[in-house]
Design a protein around this ligand. Sequence first.
Ligand SMILES: [Zn+2]
Length: 172
Amino acid sequence: MNVTHHPAITRCPRCGSERLSWPSQKNFQCSECGFVLYLNIAAAVAVIMACQGKLLFGVRKRDPGRGMLDLPGGFVDAGESAEEAARREIREELGVDIPEMRYLFSFPNTYPYRGMVYDTLDLIFLVEWNEPPAVKAADDLDDVIWVERDSVEFEKIAFDSIRQAVRRYLAL
Ligand SMILES: [Zn+2]
């Protein structure tokens, strides 16, 4: 029996062979044709929007974590900087342009999606607003809510990395 480190990957995408070996958790090699694929982590961004003692959370429209709270953000596209990804995601999900932002810290995360589990590194940015921006939920978000800093319901946050990020931010 071959050891399959990634349950969703059972065949070589080039020749279809099931004879895959996994030298490490993050890459496999096909014993038939020699094809090698690295499953490197994906970069993702999440933005803490802070305004007048409140934090902005989105309500997720889709799984994973449908109906749960999340920070606005998403995966970084190829060729894009993390800052560009943050600006793009905020524009897509909230319909606003962010003025200044500051990188805070990063947390690893896993993102299960249709049978694949993606390992990600979530880069957390902070945007501080003097007045609440005219946000409108779109794209991956069903709704947007502002939550008082001391009333965050951590059990309603979809991802562990985001829960940790919000906790660490609130402790700054
Ligand atoms: Zn192959």
